[in-house]
Design a protein around this ligand. Structure first.
Ligand code: PLP
Length: 377
């Protein structure tokens, strides 16, 4: 099986497994305990915190460990729901992951103003510039890179605008971290990440919160994480997440992602030649080097592609893992102006650091073969 669904989740890398085992075997205490075993755990936790803060470029005290990005993102919305005045609005991009989209609607209802998207899958900056100048929302939420299309959002520009208007800026950086350099993300007021997208374990992530501002926690109970997230921290799983990020940051520092982008770009060029009628979403935009979001040729339904490619030995997806199974057009593609009948032909190929050039070539051959079979069925 050749895996092309890294945006859903990535395999846990050896370094992360080893870090987990090492900490599990050697550090048994609760980081909140005062004895030596507890102190060892709290030192390990502080090491992880410092490491992440140095990668993001923020204060270690800004980091709150969570069970993943869903919790982190819900925490932001919950916090702002408590903090903002009942008449305040929030600006949320139309292409956010459901854990931002649904939680913002849950807490703010009609007070959510959806930031429109261009046909290329990027935030409409003209709209945002005009609206920010006119209104002062209580929060702006725009993800760093989209999970379905891989399109990178201009988060640095948005951050600068928000800073100029003194509006808090939140970015879900789940798909960006571990694929692109994360330096500078720490400047954003709120940032979320999840280990399982970059080779760490599932069920762990973080939220970067300005440590000077109080947060209304989502989970109540103990006073862990400076009272911002109750529950005993899982020191080993956090160390595993940081071991994975260490590896990814080193690969990015050595520019290893640039070669992978060339492989992906070659695949796209050959794919478009081999499959008349197919299109690639956000093709001319800055995109994550691993993602291809394709509208397959007329007549081929996305679930058929996934099933047939799976049989041929390739794990691909129809879009977000959270929406698979539903034969409904994705809200991301709808926001880009893709018609429902076109969106039914959307297939996502998302590679990882382990994917090589040969894997892309094999995928292309399988696509062409499956396409031929579908036409003659
Ligand atoms: N945000 C984005 C952009 C994602 O792609 C995902 C996972 O698919 C999440 C949030 C949710 O992350 P988690 O699975 O860690 O809760």
């Amino acid at each position: 099986m050749i895996y092309f669904d890294y945006n859903a989740t990535a395999p846990v890398m050896r370094e992360a497994r080893e870090a987990w085992l090492n900490v599990t075997e050697k550090i048994g205490g609760n980081p909140s305990s005062m004895h030596q075993a507890g102190t060892r755990a709290s030192i390990a936790l502080a090491d992880s915190r410092e490491k992440l803060a140095s990668y993001l470029g923020c204060n270690p005290l800004d980091i709150v460990w969570t069970s993943g990005a869903t919790e982190a993102n819900n925490t932001v919305m919950h916090h702002f729901a408590k903090k903002l005045a009942p008449t305040d609005h929030v600006f949320v991009s139309a292409i956010e992951h459901p854990c931002v989209d649904d939680s913002s609607k849950h807490y703010f209802g009609k007070r959510v103003k959806s930031i429109p998207i261009t046909r290329d899958g990027v935030i409409d900056m003209d709209w945002l510039t005009a609206e920010l100048a006119d209104k002062r929302p209580g929060l702006v939420a725009v993800m760093a890179a989209n999970n379905e299309t891989g399109v990178i959002q201009p988060w640095q520009e948005i951050l600068a605008m928000c800073q100029a208007y003194e509006v808090p800026f939140f970015t879900d950086a789940v798909q960006f971290i571990g694929k692109m350099p994360c330096k500078g993300l720490g400047e954003c007021d709120y940032v979320s990440g999840a280990a399982h997208k970059f080779g760490g374990p599932r069920g762990v992530g973080f939220l970067k919160i300005p440590h000077r501002s109080q947060i209304t926690p989502l989970l109540l109970g103990g006073k862990q994480e400076g009272g911002r997230r109750a529950g005993t921290e899982n020191v080993a799983i956090i160390a595993a997440m940081m071991a994975a990020l260490d590896v990814r940051e080193k690969q990015i520092f050595r520019s290893e992602h640039l070669l992978r982008k060339v492989w992906r770009d070659n695949f796209e060029a050959q794919f478009l030649r081999a499959m008349p009628g197919a299109t690639i979403l956000g093709h001319n935009q800055p995109r994550l080097w691993n993602t291809v979001s394709a509208l397959m040729p007329e007549g081929d339904r996305k679930s058929q592609w996934v099933i047939r490619l799976d049989k041929a030995g390739f794990a691909v997806s129809t879009g977000s893992a959270c929406t698979t199974g539903k034969e409904e057009p994705s809200h991301v593609l709808a926001a880009m102006g893709v018609k429902p009948h076109q969106a039914m032909r959307a297939v996502r190929f998302s590679a990882g650091w382990e994917t090589n050039e040969l894997d892309w070539e094999s995928l292309l051959k399988a696509i062409v073969k499956v396409h031929g079979e579908m036409q003659h069925k």
